[in-house]
Design a protein around this ligand. Sequence first.
Ligand code: HEM
Length: 409
Amino acid sequence: MTDVLNPVGENSADVPEYPMARVAACPFDPPPELRTKQVEGPLAKVRLWDGSTPWLVTRYADQRALLADPRVSADITRPGYPSSAPIGSGGSHISFILMDDPEHARLRRMVTAPFTIKRVEAMRPTVQKIVDELIDDVLAGPKPVDLVEAFALPVPSLVICQMLGVPYSDHDFFQENSKTIIKRDASPDDRTAALGRLAGYLDDLVGAKLENPGDDLLSRLAERVAAGELSRQAAAQMGVLLLIAGHETTANMIALGTLALLENPDQLAVLRESDDPKLISGAVEELLRYLHITHNGRRRVALEDIEIAGHVIRAGDGLIMPNDIGNRDPEAFPEPDRLDLTRDARHHVAFGFGVHQCLGQPLARMELQVVYGTLYRRIPTLRLAEDLSQIPFKHDGSVYGVYRLPVTW
Ligand code: HEM
């Protein structure tokens, strides 16, 4: 066993900054510098905004091994945690996603029931109705239209609002604040203020559900508060996590996935000409693999010395596991840069891996299956209304996607 490999000194100017600039010719590909690191070796040091130098774990198998390892922590308050942005006063805790077991598991268990495959499948007709009605509106409205505004954002927002018991009429408020929270270059004060506004809003809603419970997840959390199992603040924080995670990621997958399909017309044709649910669900998995919406890496800190890929990561070292290169590792996915809707991509790490693996993945999958299985069949001539070079990509966000997607038909 070799000791920690540190090919470049931590203070060396050679340690590249992370996240790396996405300057690839193809806007769906990870930054070329990341790919180079993957070819060079399983581990590399990178430099963060605060000067710290965590390890970048470049390969799929090692990323999965570490994400499933109980010797790594997701607790953002631990020294060495490679935070993606300053933790503003008041903290940027977004509930159990940044906690370790047993508290992580205790809180997660309180909200798992509505996200089981069975419960999610029961919602499929509702989601189909939402998608159909939004497409009706798009078709009845003027051309071109911004697909983000008219379709990609409303679909998951309407669904998660219904599940949580949040009034959809407040969508401008919560979408605006969650935009600030996930913007990489938002100041700590702005991010903290946005989190505070959302937490206050969810706290009011939990209070209202205590008085007037409904058939929704916030009401179930309010019951836990009343039973003394959960503080009202923790309930509100869980609401913030579910509200943000429930719409941002899926909305970006809808818009970026549509753009990727429009840029790969042979693949779009495969999808448009089929109503085979198996092909559609396979296409969703491949798009999740290919597009890596949560592109800035799973972040963890080592609690003990860990041997991986012939090296030792020391206790207290930060770890970054970017799924964009994990999902493009040729060892796991042959010809990884080819979008191939017929490949078996189910083992991708787009939803993470281990105990923090995405809670909402059955819901996200079902929403995307309905969207990808409906949109291009109902609008078969859908096309970009501007040149690809005019499309603004979210290079500055912790969630990747496009700010707007002008389309016509
Ligand atoms: C395409 C859509 C989505 C993608 C790509 C995605 C991706 C991810 C990833 C990568 C993680 C792991 C984070 C980590 O390990 O640090 C995660 C966690 C999580 N996601 Fe998603 N997600 C999506 C949709 C959703 C939806 C619809 C919800 C519904 C509320 C949701 C709720 C959550 C929650 C609560 C966690 C934290 C799980 C835990 O810490 O135990 N996600 N997601």
